[in-house]
Write a protein that binds this ligand. Structure first.
Ligand code: HEM
Length: 415
């Protein structure tokens, strides 16, 4: 029987890895008729696509993912007018603004050059004391023995606070940032994508855009040492108007928090599922950096990315016509038995070289060192708590997204 896999279908995916294995074995360049896309599941082919931006464009990140469906009802039109009034941006203008993640060479290099210095290893290392201070603060109640939720009490607030502070936006607004990025994930890769856009959401986005516009203007007038000041600095020589800048900040806000939250949550979950590995790392905390890499490989926070073919081409002998959407499946590539022996075993310290959890090539994740720093600090503090508690017996709720993989909650009993 032929395999059914729709890479762009919404809905939570509790355990996709058996199906990924069958795809790799039986149909590694799988045509999915409803998604109208090719799903690429083997490591070698995923790397091939990501390595060739001249053949596979990242514009799909905008055309496939940013496809808000605004209904023509009196209420939503009122909300849309409210959005435009508040933010001074029309949805049509937004669509014309190509963000870093959706851009191709040569513009990609110029745009990446603007923010690269904000993510240089020295800059990221300078955040370590603050990251550790926050981890201490969020772990206070758990250390006192109280019941807690790994996701909502630590994995969510840590990256949201850090990215807000790096950008220089008010971190007290962090629950709002989290709500906005949840909405962006749901609209771009969750069930909300298939529904008419909710009027209240349009209204919320108006608030976000208006706030970011004000902040951008304030930094232009008086630069500071944050990332927004780096973006507005005219000496970088790339022409970005206010809408481009707002999109840039939104990208950093979203990319910087959903993903890291899920890395921490997925790592904690894998440890609870593998008590012998948990015991090993609890006995030897120097294994934590290896734990982070194995968690990235084993249960990738970003499961897939999207591209479109710029020309007629081939992947593993399968013809890909110009314009076709191609979905490199990072989460599957990381479990490819052709690359990793016994890939479904969670083994801290195994050779994880070449995992593609942060992508590959020119779009390789800009925030990878920051994510690793946050995850290491969080897991160093979490491991002893995981080792002395039981997971609360509660239904697991997965994020509704075909891009992001993680759980909304991971509750632990009091110690
Ligand atoms: C565990 C955490 C993270 C994971 C798994 C992750 C994953 C990824 C992946 C797979 C890509 C490539 C997308 C593509 O090729 O289309 C990417 C790009 C990117 N990530 Fe991350 N990311 C993480 C954390 C972060 C953080 C903390 C930030 C920033 C604060 C960040 C900022 C970015 C940006 C700006 C890009 C676009 C780079 C470009 O297009 O050149 N990410 N990330």
């Amino acid at each position: 029987m032929s395999l059914v896999y729709e890479p762009l279908a919404s809905g939570p995916r509790p355990d996709p890895y058996d199906l990924y294995r069958r795809l790799r074995d039986e149909d590694p360049v799988h045509w999915a008729p409803e998604s109208e896309a090719f799903a690429i599941s083997r490591h070698e082919d995923v790397v091939h696509v990501l390595k060739h931006p001249e053949q596979f464009s990242s514009r799909a990140n905008q055309t496939v993912l940013m496809n808000a469906n605004i209904p023509f009802t009196p209420r939503s039109i009122r909300m849309l007018m409210g959005f435009i009034w508040k933010s001074r941006v029309t949805p049509w203008r937004m669509r014309r603004s190509i963000s870093l993640i959706a851009s191709d060479p040569p513009r990609h290099e110029a745009m990446r050059g603007i923010v690269k210095r904000g993510f240089a290893p020295r800059m990221i290392a300078s955040w370590e004391p603050r990251v550790r201070e926050l981890v201490d603060q969020f772990m206070k109640a758990p250390r006192d023995g109280e019941a807690f939720d790994v996701v909502t009490d630590l994995a969510v607030p840590l990256p949201t606070t850090i990215i807000a502070e790096m950008l220089g936006v008010e971190s007290e607004r962090r629950s709002q940032f989290k709500a906005w990025s949840d909405a962006i994930i749901a609209l771009s890769s969750g069930s909300a994508r298939d529904k008419p856009m909710d009027g209240d959401l349009i209204n919320h986005f108006g608030g976000l855009f208006a706030y970011l516009r004000e902040t951008i203007r304030a930094r232009r007038a008086r630069p500071s040492d944050d990332l927004i000041s780096v973006l507005v600095d005219p000496s970088h020589g790339v022409s970005l108007d206010e809408v481009d800048l707002i999109q840039f900040v939104v990208l950093l806000l979203v990319a910087g928090n959903e993903t890291t939250t899920n890395l921490i949550g997925n790592a904690a979950n894998a440890l609870l599922d593998h008590p012998a590995e948990l015991e090993r790392v609890a006995r030897d905390p120097s294994l934590v950096p290896h734990l982070v890499e194995e968690a990235l490989r084993y249960d990738a926070p970003v499961q897939q990315v999207v591209r479109d073919a710029r020309e007629d081409t081939e992947i593993a002998g399968v013809h890909i016509p110009k314009g076709a959407v191609v979905v490199p499946m990072l989460g599957s590539a990381n479990r490819d038995e052709r690359r990793y022996p016994e890939p479904d075993a969670f083994r801290i310290g195994r050779d994880t070289k070449g995992h593609v959890a942060f992508g590959f090539g020119i779009h390789f994740c800009l925030g990878a060192s920051l994510a690793r720093l946050e995850a290491q600090a969080a897991l160093e503090a979490l491991v002893p708590e995981l080792a002395r508690r039981a997971r609360r017996d509660a239904p697991v709720e997965y994020i509704d997204s075909f891009i992001v993989r993680g759980r909304r909650n991971l509750q632990l009993e009091a110690a």
